[in-house]
Design a protein around this ligand. Structure first.
Ligand SMILES: Nc1ncnc2c1ncn2[C@@H]1O[C@H](COP(=O)(O)OP(=O)(O)OP(=O)(O)O)[C@@H](O)[C@H]1O
Length: 482
């Protein structure tokens, strides 16, 4: 319906040779009306079949009363149709979730398709430059399908032949504004097809309280918050290293403490040890009893503790060589998680060059060789520039909380992450709205996921640390905190 029939432009084309009165006018063959009618009727029928196929619920809802009114009269149609909305209302009241899944979101998807996406498709594609105008014709990417979830619209699109993902990721702002959404994320569905995600509301706008401590010891993936799609945010810590970057007040502490909280039963069972490096003397000092003598604050202590971790790593590597290629946590060889708060204090901002080199070398050694022998590093930092953290690429999993500048997003999450929708520089600086909110890019997927970490308050940390005797390992089933 957006394509102009050929001929509209050609009819008006007139060329003249310079300085002569010779006029060239292209011959225009008028399309017989019957052919135009056949084409439009065919398109109408195809559109109807497509609408019935794609939106059976919406079409039935609209067409049944209309058909009844045509067959009988409007009173009969009203009388016969009333039980249906009454039944639907009863369904919605008794089981909201299943009603939403089977009826509500389908109706909403149809409505959003017609009222938002199809209505604005042509102007948005043309103005954003994603459509092409060639020889009098508009060529537009095809709007395939709209589905709705509780928080977002997912729009499947067929790109124009020859377009690339980059053409779309460069225009996420145009798309978001064009369709009245706060943001737009683009992912590849399959060759030539894209999925655009337009959030309708922010499911992460309210803070999450600390999650319950797991009933049994677990090495992960551990639950530390919520994903945007409502699923639990499961973070892998065993067998990887995690870098957490965020401006001051972004909520780095909530990721560190939610991780420690989820590992607590395993710590109590002796299967995990958390080694804490706290150069700011703030964040981790709260839970000191949890770390025992594996707690360091001054740069000298931090360097010693890191060297100790390297020694453990090397002795394990020597013992495991030729016997096992991956680590299974045991009381003899627990998983060691080295948590470093504000790692830049120990590397970039460290005045003592010798210490700085020792610390950087130890961190690089642990992040390159530690994961196979059960040593993981979780490092937090504010400034992700390479001068500040030159080993950031050695962390397979990265989390970007609120950042000050848009360029910092790709520095943390890797090239193209911001284009794919990781707008970490747009996260609200208001703690209730934005603290603990961030984007995760896992080693295994190029698409960033929006998440919010649960907030572990000072009282929660005191409860966790209370009664914990370092070095004393409770039995695996008895380690549950009240
Ligand atoms: N997950 C969260 N949900 C809600 N509020 C949070 C969350 N995390 C932190 N906050 C709030 O934000 C404030 C700052 O958090 P936090 O100190 O953890 O940030 P940070 O990134 O560690 O900052 P800094 O680098 O300055 O230490 C906290 O005092 C708390 O009120």
């Amino acid at each position: 319906m957006f394509k102009r029939l050929p001929g509209d432009e050609a009819r008006n084309l007139v060329t003249t040779t310079p300085d002569t009165a010779v006029v060239f006018r292209p011959a225009v063959v008028t399309t017989p009306a019957i052919i135009t009618i056949v084409i439009y009727t065919w398109r109408l029928l195809a559109g109807l079949v497509r609408a019935i196929w794609r939106h059976p619920v919406a079409v039935t809802t609209a067409s049944t009363p209309a058909t009844l009114a045509l067959l009988y009269d409007w009173q009969t149609a009203l009388l016969l149709s009333t039980p249906v909305p009454a039944g639907l209302a009863a369904w919605a009241l008794t089981d909201r979730a299943s009603f939403a899944r089977w009826v509500g979101y389908r109706l909403l998807a149809w409505w959003r398709l017609v009222w938002v996406y199809r209505r604005h498709w042509h102007p948005v594609m043309t103005v954003s430059g994603l459509g092409r105008h060639l020889r009098g014709r508009d060529y537009l990417p095809r709007l395939d399908k709209v589905t709705c979830t509780s928080w977002a619209d997912t729009v499947t699109v067929r790109m124009l032949d020859g377009q690339a993902l980059k053409d779309w990721t460069d225009r996420t702002d145009h798309l978001a504004h064009g369709f009245g959404a706060p943001s737009c994320r683009v992912t590849v569905a399959r060759a030539g097809r894209l999925t655009l995600t337009f959030p309708r509301r922010d499911p992460l706008a309210t803070p999450l309280p600390a999650l319950p401590i797991p009933a049994a010891p677990t090495m992960g993936p551990i639950e530390i918050g919520k994903q945007e799609d409502g699923q639990p945010w499961q973070l892998k810590v065993h067998g990887t290293h995690v870098l957490v970057a965020g401006a001051t007040g972004a909520g780095k502490g909530s990721i560190i403490w939610s991780t420690i909280r989820a590992l607590l039963p395993a710590v109590r069972a002796g299967l995990v040890e958390v080694w804490a490096l706290d150069p700011k003397l703030m964040e981790l000092s709260f839970g000191r009893p949890l770390f025992g003598d594996r707690y360091a604050a001054t740069p000298q202590e931090c360097a010693d503790l890191l060297d100790q971790a390297v020694t453990v790593m090397q002795s394990r590597a020597a013992r495991f060589a030729g016997l096992q290629r991956s680590h299974t946590a045991t009381v003899e060889d627990p998983f060691v998680l080295v948590v470093v708060d504000e790692v830049a204090f120990l590397t970039a901002y460290q005045a003592d060059r010798q210490l700085k080199q020792r610390i950087s070398a130890a961190l690089a050694t642990l992040t390159t060789q530690g994961r196979a022998v059960g040593i993981g590093v979780m490092a937090a930092l504010q400034d992700p520039r390479k001068e500040v953290m030159n080993i950031r690429n050695l962390f397979p999993d990265k989390i970007a909380l609120r950042l000050d500048e848009s360029e910092q997003v790709d520095m943390v999450l890797g090239d193209g992450a911001r284009d794919r929708g990781a707008l970490a520089d747009h996260i609200s600086p208001v703690p209730e709205l934005g603290a603990g909110v961030g984007y995760v890019r896992l080693e295994t997927s190029p698409d960033p996921i929006r998440v919010r970490a649960a907030y572990v308050s000072d009282d929660d940390i005191r409860d966790m640390a209370g009664g914990h005797e370092p070095g004393h390992h409770m039995p695996a089933d008895g380690g549950r905190a009240a």
